[in-house]
Design a protein around this ligand. Structure first.
Ligand code: KG4
Ligand code: ZN
Length: 332
């Protein structure tokens, strides 16, 4: 079964071709980081315009790389939510157009479900597992019982983890997106330099909060002259990162223990973070659990995970028609 997966929910235009839900024949992504970089965050109107320019070359590129044509496809999958409505509409409208012209069945995919399943493209992780999805738009914890069976355990009360990285990087004048930059910078810093507060969420809940740490970093920077804090950027980055990682690891491991689930899966752009991978592995090993990380290309937004979620839906007999609309607030 040959599936084309298309993803345009935020600022990456992505397409992939997947064979039999297993073999990624092509996985092409066009990042818009340079377009949004001057603003320190994604500008929705610019994102949708950029998708319009990129979508055809990216889909063509994926088909060419896979060595297939539209006529070879058995089905298509496209993200229809959650995300930026203008961005979502670009991918969805294009897939509807292809479906209409070439009579290829398609399904709309929930972006969150695709992230939770992305790991299966590289590792055969048995169900159930606890999945932490941490990206620029989401910080969510799910109990993944099986394909199609997702129990929401918790999420952030305010900012997403990636958003905190991006905002702190902006405050420190480091550039956009901030996650990768802070991750690299922190490698040469001392995480014990500043003890930023970890949001304490009451026992028994799996909530996250990242707005407090963002404010703490701001106050810390304001308490010094620019020259003072610029002299120890790496230490501030490492201290900030250590706090964020602590706040991500603790509830995730706690949920795995509480639900008696021995496998943890990470997903989303922040799952590419080197310190998160290190600390999660340490904690998980200590508890006798197992953790799985997708490779960085499958952590961030990509078409392969959309094709995978679509493959399972198409296999179950799901089909969408031309009435499907983009849903910016779609939940799982
Ligand atoms: O999943 P993603 O590509 O897009 C969505 O937000 O859906 O995630 C992007 C986010 C950005 O906030 C970026 O700063 C963060 O993931 N990120 C990282 C790292 N690489 C990307 N955060 C921490 N460490 C990283 N190495
Ligand atoms: Zn995403």
């Amino acid at each position: 079964m040959l599936i084309l997966g298309v993803e345009t929910s935020c600022d990456d235009t992505a397409a992939a071709v997947l064979r039999d839900g297993r073999t990624v024949l092509a996985n092409v992504v066009s990042s818009q980081d340079q377009v949004h970089s001057p603003y320190g965050g994604v500008v929705p109107e610019l994102a949708s315009r950029q998708h319009i320019q990129n979508i055809l070359p990216i889909v063509d590129g994926a088909l060419q790389k896979a060595g297939v044509t539209l006529q070879d496809l058995d089905g298509m999958a496209v993200t229809y939510g959650p995300g930026l409505v203008g961005s979502l509409l670009v991918g969805l409208s294009m897939i509807k157009g292809i479906s209409f012209r070439w009579h290829i069945p398609y399904v709309g995919v929930n972006h969150l479900e695709a992230h939770l399943l992305a790991i299966q493209l590289e590792h055969e992780v048995a169900f159930p597992y606890i999945a932490l999805l941490a990206s620029g738009g989401h910080t969510l914890l799910y109990w993944v019982k099986d394909i199609g069976e997702y129990v929401h355990l918790g999420g952030t009360r305010d900012d997403a983890a990636g958003e905190a990285y991006d905002k702190v990087a902006k405050m420190m004048g480091l550039g956009y997106p901030g996650g990768r930059i802070i991750d690299d910078l922190a490698k040469s810093g001392n995480p014990k330099t500043v003890r930023f507060p970890r949001a304490q969420i009451k026992m028994g809940s799996y909530q996250f909060s990242f707005s407090g740490i963002k404010t703490s970093v701001w106050h810390y920077l304001k308490s010094q002259t620019n020259e003072e804090w610029q002299n120890h950027l790496a230490d501030i980055a490492a201290s900030f990162q250590e706090a964020v990682v602590d706040m991500l690891v603790k509830p995730t491991v706690k949920a795995a223990i509480a639900y008696g689930v021995s496998r943890i899966v990470l997903a989303g752009g922040v799952a590419a973070n080197s310190r998160l991978r290190e600390k999660m592995t340490e904690r998980v090993d200590a508890e006798g659990l197992k953790v799985y990380f997708p490779s960085p290309k499958l952590c961030t937004d990509n078409g392969a995970m959309i094709a995978l979620a679509g493959y399972h839906a198409l296999k179950r007999g799901c089909r969408d028609d031309f009435r499907l609309n983009a849903d910016a607030d779609l939940t799982l």
